[in-house]
Design a protein around this ligand. Structure first.
Ligand SMILES: [Cu+2]
Length: 462
């Protein structure tokens, strides 16, 4: 459904030809709109400088990638803290300076002191045979040190001694990575099987998997079927539904059907309505769907840990594309009154996954695309612990349903507060072409001194 098909619509060639350039405009617009630049910390009392005066740069090695934090380094003496986050041996070398670390085993870390880096570019690589060819090489930008560009610190923990040129470079580097490829994607459509007794049977397995939240950053993701968010289930009013949940987690769990009308015994609130599903055990939730729902399914056991760590997904009962367009009643100026896309957007801010849209942090978030006059029905789901004012730069959305109930009076909003547990259904029908930033408007959920991050994606209108 939705997010998957959307990804496919946005081919890389489109990005290669035009989107990156357009995205840069969006970046510039976004930076202005977000207004973050004014409060960025630029401080000559660098927190990133050691007592020896060397700047610190973190280098992370994985298969087969080398990532730097920050992504550009100031000229002068630099201490590289090199960590092998991969599964095989790697090292880090700058051949032109004859500087290299020893071979690092998986999980090992070391430091590499480099003196007198000069402004320009230096080539780096992993020296294990074949690894540079596989991608573990590149050029590191060395820029002038901060000097008198400094301003007062805002106290931001991200503060470091960077000039505005360094900051612009870092922001551009991040923006140009969008949409960054990461392993794993959530919200895949979950196929069902029909049982002999007439149930649509959906199978879920809860288990912990390595989840790539942003490029190179793997966390312990608590997943349904190995993905975050869990797979999307679609059913119709009148269906007999059975969800078979196998628990492969290190602790008990249970599954609550949030916003779905089910008998009390199927409400998933252990120990009241059932016993906890212990590790290794399986439990079946079954009921007959009597009402349309924009439902969440999520853990109701140690939920403040399990849900933000990833145990959440969408269950949609009824034809919400049709219901949303019917509720919109032609007000969005859709060309044919048909929704071309349905998008589930799960918001999160806590646990191992952290600030994210559909389990990914910018620049790993998925872009969406539409043509002028087409419509996209978006279901916002907040599975986190904070409210998120979701803002699409263009167009305004017509809010047509709250928590799976169609509104008697749909209303327009370009910024919509989505509180924990809420689902809002919005019809977006663009009128103007461009790459439109789409993000949470709590600014610390969207930007850092190193560029856009976390709850940011884009709608590309052709
Ligand atoms: Cu937010």
């Amino acid at each position: 459904m939705s997010t998957d098909s959307t990804n496919n619509n946005v081919s890389e060639s489109i990005f290669a030809k035009s989107i990156l350039g357009m995205m840069m405009i969006a970046v510039a617009v976004s930076a202005l709109v977000l207004g973050v630049v004014a409060v960025l910390a630029i401080n000559s009392d660098s927190t990133a400088e050691s007592s020896s005066g060397a700047s610190s740069v973190e280098v992370t090695l994985t298969e087969f990638k080398v990532t730097f934090n920050p992504s550009v380094v100031p000229a002068g003496d630099v201490t590289f803290t090199v960590t092998n986050n991969g599964t095989v041996d790697h090292n880090f070398a700058i051949p032109s300076l004859n500087a290299r670390t020893a071979m690092l085993k998986a999980g090992e870390s070391t430091t590499l002191e480099v003196k007198g880096l000069v402004v320009g570019e230096v080539e780096y690589l992993c020296e294990v045979a074949g690894h540079s060819a596989a991608g573990m090489t590149g050029k590191l930008s060395v820029v002038e040190s901060g000097g008198d560009m400094s301003m007062a610190s805002s106290g931001n923990p991200m503060a470091s001694s960077v000039s505005w040129q360094q900051m612009d470079k870092m922001m551009e580097d991040v923006a140009m990575k969008y949409p960054a490829k990461t392993s794993g994607i959530g919200n895949a459509e979950l196929p069902y099987t029909m049982s002999d007794d007439g149930f649509k049977v959906f199978s879920l397995t809860a288990k912990v998997v390595p989840w790539e939240v942003e490029p190179g950053k793997f966390v312990d993701g608590w997943s349904y079927n190995g993905m975050i968010p869990g797979p999307v289930m679609h059913a119709n009013v009148g269906d007999k539904i059975r969800i078979v949940l196998k628990n492969e987690l290190p602790e008990s769990t249970s599954l609550h059907l949030h916003g779905v009308r089910v008998p009390n015994a199927m409400d998933g609130v252990d120990p009241y309505t059932q016993k906890p599903i212990e590790p290794g055990a399986t439990f079946s939730y079954e009921w007959t769907a009597t009402e349309p729902s924009v439902g969440m399914y999520h853990s109701h056991h140690n939920a403040q840990v399990q849900v933000p760590n990833g145990l959440a997904g969408a269950i949609l009962i009824g034809d919400w594309k049709a219901m949303a367009m019917s509720a919109a009643g032609g007000r969005t100026k859709d060309a044919n009154n048909v929704a071309e896309q349905e998008v589930v957007m799960v918001l999160n801010d806590s646990g191992t996954i952290g600030l994210s849209l559909n389990g990914k942090s910018f620049p790993a978030t998925s872009p969406y695309s539409l043509a002028i006059g087409e419509s996209m029905v978006v279901h916002y789901y907040n599975e986190g612990n904070m409210t998120h004012p979701m803002h699409l730069h263009q167009p305004s959305g017509l809010v047509v349903a709250k928590d799976g109930k169609v509104l008697e009076s749909p209303f327009w909003a370009d910024t919509l507060n989505v509180a924990p547990g809420e689902r809002w259904t919005v019809v977006y029908t663009p009128k103007d072409a461009g790459v439109w930033a789409w993000h949470c408007h709590i600014l610390t959920h969207a930007e850092t001194p190193e560029g856009m991050r976390y709850m940011v994606t884009a709608l590309i209108v052709k």
